[in-house]
Design a protein around this ligand. Structure first.
Ligand code: AMP
Length: 503
């Protein structure tokens, strides 16, 4: 696997792989620690290939666990601390790991060996030179490299596995977009490892011998600290969702003098708005803005485009880009027929970057994935409504109830199903509230089983408290309103258009 070969290569240099607040990890340390972790897995569990679940956030020692799992031929399953314990339990039950690396010592029921942060420190404290045989043992071709769990419409997270071959393809195609004027340099490491855009730093950044500069959740929540970190980062490539850059925009400090070496903004994961592009063009005259698009199911991203002044001035939305060289797009109508250029339809991705399907969910896989009869390559129904003009693609919205809120992918039904499980609630409907092309928050309407005598405020607080047990905070509706009855449409389903009027 290219990233592991490169890791070994840079281990012979003085380069720094990771900066995490006051901690640094050199490539030589990352290589050695990941060898130790790989050796532990292969010796303790010979012949086993069960994925390793890693629960944490941006801890320095997560990196050796990721590359160590890959070196030992195991996929890793990163689960961020924003995921509540009950959902972590669901993931553990789904994966049935042999090894669970738990940085926060949760109360999880599992037969897996639990490895704490302290145990990892003990592992890595030894000074032995190991040199694990990476080539023979590491993940290869169709072996899974990682599984990411994303919001599922049933109310439980669903796993999206990605193979080694998928990542190798992406690396080949994305590398030209990662070029910078200096060898090495710094790349932002802000995105949670459980969100696939982090793959750009973890694989492409490391393959280029870059330094991953970590911006954790606590830093992001303190604007002063965030800007101090950005200032000292020396960052050359910024990788994030547009939402993270939008958090920075209100500060006048967010400009080229804060990040003088910044050559590229690489965005992915949600709509890139004209507002943000205009701000970045005026504040960062020396930095390119690159928009990319892609679903987790097709390995992070499948398009790229450098946003030009003409695109910024065009009233059309900012394009999501051109398909990467080995990616084929087809836009089809409801009958699956290709539509003419300029017409909207569902975007199908046909490419070797398309993953094998959902983890242990053949039913869902069959619905969304296919094999293209023309090319024999794997295909994926994105559910995204797009159109093409002059080879460029534009995103117009979703065919289903999947949304992006502050960069996070969420199935509305996931929230509704978990709301309906709350005490005294029989039915729930959740609506996204938009401002300037983007969702700012969610509002939920609920039908109570019996009157509860609570004020709206107290009831909403009680329900939110309950929801926190099952949902990450970004999925919790800001407003929760009880209704006496729900408006129904002719199919007898909740009429969301009617509800929309009461927002
Ligand atoms: P995820 O699997 O979390 O990366 O989410 C994938 C979905 O995010 C896509 O199917 C789109 O709906 C949306 N998305 C990703 N990138 C973009 C983009 N550049 N512009 C608009 N929507 C995007």
């Amino acid at each position: 696997m290219t990233v592991l070969e490169k890791l070994r290569e840079y281990a012979n240099t003085d380069r720094v792989a990771l900066i995490n607040r006051d901690e640094t990890l050199k490539y030589s340390e990352l290589d050695r620690f990941s060898d130790i972790f790989a050796l532990y897995l292969t010796e303790r569990y010979p012949g086993d290939k069960t994925p390793v679940v890693i629960y944490g956030h941006k801890e320095t020692l997560i990196l050796p666990c990721i590359y160590g799992s890959l070196k030992a031929g195991r996929a890793y399953v990163p689960v961020d601390i924003t995921v509540p314990e009950e959902r972590v339990q669901q993931i553990i039950d789904d994966v049935s790991p042999k090894v669970f690396v738990d940085f926060y010592e949760l109360n999880i029921e599992t037969d897996a060996e639990v490895i704490t942060q302290q145990k990892l420190k003990d592992f890595f404290a030894g000074n032995t030179e190991l040199n694990v045989n990476v080539e023979d043992n590491c993940v290869k071709e169709d072996d899974l490299a990682y599984i990411l769990f994303t919001s599922g419409s049933t109310g439980k997270p669903k796993g999206v596995p990605i193979t080694c071959a998928n990542i190798e393809n992406l690396s080949r195609e994305l590398m030209p977009w990662m070029e910078t004027s200096e060898d090495g340099g710094v790349i932002l490491n802000q995105i949670s490892y459980s969100f696939d855009v982090s793959v750009v730093s973890l694989y492409m950044g490391v393959s280029r011998g870059m330094t991953l500069y970590t911006i954790d959740k606590d830093i992001q929540e303190n604007m002063g600290e965030l800007f101090n970190h950005l200032e000292s980062s020396d960052c050359a490539i910024w990788v994030s969702t547009p939402s993270f850059a939008e958090i920075c925009v209100p500060s006048a400090r967010f400009n080229q003098s804060l990040l003088p070496k910044l050559e590229k903004f690489l965005f992915c994961g949600e709509i890139l708005t004209h507002n943000l592009v205009d701000e970045l063009f005026s504040r960062f005259p020396n930095t390119k803005v690159i928009n990319t698009y892609g679903p987790t199911e097709a390995t992070v991203l499948v398009t790229a485009v450098e946003v030009t002044k003409e695109m910024a001035d065009d009233p059309l939305q900012i394009p999501i880009g051109y398909p990467l060289p080995e990616v084929t797009f087809r836009i089809v109508d409801v009958d699956g027929k290709s539509v003419p250029s300029g017409e909207q339809g569902e975007l199908l991705i046909i490419s070797d970057n398309v993953g094998p399907g959902y983890f242990k969910r053949p039913d869902l896989t069959e619905k969304a994935f296919f094999v293209d009869s023309e090319t024999g390559k794997r295909g994926y129904h994105t559910g995204d409504i797009c159109f093409e003009r002059d080879g460029l693609y534009y995103y117009c919205g979703r065919m289903d109830n999947q949304i992006k809120i502050h960069g996070h992918r969420v199935e509305i039904e996931d929230i509704e199903n978990n709301l309906a499980k709350c005490d005294n609630i029989v039915r729930a409907a959740v609506l996204p509230v938009y401002e300037n092309e983007k969702i700012t928050h969610l509002t939920a309407f609920v039908l109570l089983q019996k009157p509860d005598g609570l004020t709206s405020l107290k009831r909403a607080m009680k329900i939110k408290e309950e929801l926190r047990e099952t949902l990450p905070s970004y999925m919790i509706p800001r407003k929760i309103l009880a209704l006496d009855s729900f408006p129904l449409n002719t199919n007898g389903k909740v009429d969301k258009k009617e509800l929309q009027k009461s927002l």
